[in-house]
Design a protein around this ligand. Structure first.
Ligand code: EAX
Length: 321
């Protein structure tokens, strides 16, 4: 008994000492080795360094705390501190962000990064702040491509009737309906099993996600459609945020910037290396796809955004050189 009490007292003492150090939980959908995992670790390391060890953190990776929509809700109630999420479900909370999800809008990575790091990106982070969330920085998932288990896809005709999982995003669902597929919205943690069991034939994600999730195990064909750019938002909980000093808020902003830089470096690295790996794993890769017919069909989906907000933001995005 004596030992037990001594042990409890020591544990209480340690807990007391540790409470001087604050720890955050960062949620994301992918493995610790993925571009999100690398970004989450860069966030934690930068925060710890800038705060002189006063702040630390741990990852809740691979959707252990739910899909991206669940995690965003977790931020709003304060059950999670920081989330690294694609914009997939974010438009459900901040509809202005749908502007970034429009297909065939961004020309290339340089264009997307310039828009997100500039005035437009800042404006949209401010919109996020108006919706019981805190937008820290824009990071990156990558240009999305289609995989499936049926046949190679080179033209919109090849998409006809294909059961395709999309994110819970009404712009993406409209675009895939217009391009001829049968979209099925689904949270990411359910996707691998759905592909394995044939609930859906295919899905679309950047090379980063396709490699991190080993989709080659359940998908034979990859088509480099690059049909939409997939931004990532690094978000904080307003519950956490309201308790921070200005100095601490500055550290969190710096940590988010470091996280985005680390993630983008991984996107760059995987853009070529990832496709080579997927070929090695047996996927048939269709390159050199004529995007024009896809883009022509998908354009109708712009109305999901423009009916509410008009075309001004889209023109501004296109004008960024
Ligand atoms: O954020 O849901 C998706 O397809 C996302 O791209 C993935 O979870 C990474």
């Amino acid at each position: 008994m004596k030992h037990l009490f001594a042990g409890l007292a020591a544990a209480a003492l340690m807990a007391g000492a540790a409470s001087a150090q604050q720890s955050i939980t960062i949620g994301h959908s992918l493995s610790p080795e993925s571009h999100y995992g690398v970004g989450a670790q860069a966030f934690i390391d930068t925060l710890t360094e800038l705060s002189g060890g006063a702040w630390t953190g741990e990852q809740a990776p691979a959707g252990v705390l739910g899909g991206e929509r669940d995690m965003i809700e977790g931020l709003q109630i304060g059950s999670l501190d920081v989330v690294i999420t694609s914009t997939g479900p974010l438009g459900n909370f901040v509809p202005e962000v749908y502007a970034l999800d429009l297909p065939f809008l961004f020309r290339d990575y340089a264009h997307a990064r310039k828009v997100l790091d500039g005035e437009i990106g800042d404006e949209l982070l401010a919109k996020i702040d108006e919706n019981n969330l805190v937008g820290l920085a824009w990071s990156e998932n990558g240009f999305r491509h289609i995989t499936n288990s049926r046949h190679a896809i080179a033209t919109p005709e090849d998409l006809q009737g294909l059961k395709l999982r999309t994110m819970e995003n009404k712009v993406h669902m409209a675009a895939f309906t217009d391009m001829g597929a049968s979209p099925t919205p689904m949270a990411f943690p359910e996707l691998f099993t759905a592909l394995q069991q044939g609930v859906v034939d295919g899905q679309e994600n950047p090379i980063t996600v396709i490699t991190a999730t080993k989709f080659w195990e359940v998908q034979d064909y990859l088509s480099l459609t690059g049909h939409v750019y997939s931004p990532v938002a690094i978000l904080a909980s307003p519950v956490l945020w309201d308790g921070l000093s200005d100095e601490e808020k500055g550290w969190f902003h710096e940590a988010a910037k470091a996280s985005a830089a680390a993630t983008r470096a991984e996107v760059n690295r995987l853009e070529d290396a990832g496709v080579a790996l997927l070929r090695e794993k047996g996927m048939t890769v269709t390159t050199d796809i004529d995007k024009a017919p896809f883009a022509a069909l998908a354009e109708k989906a712009y109305s999901v955004y423009t009916d509410q907000y008009g075309t001004e933001m889209i023109e501004r995005i296109k004008a960024v050189q």
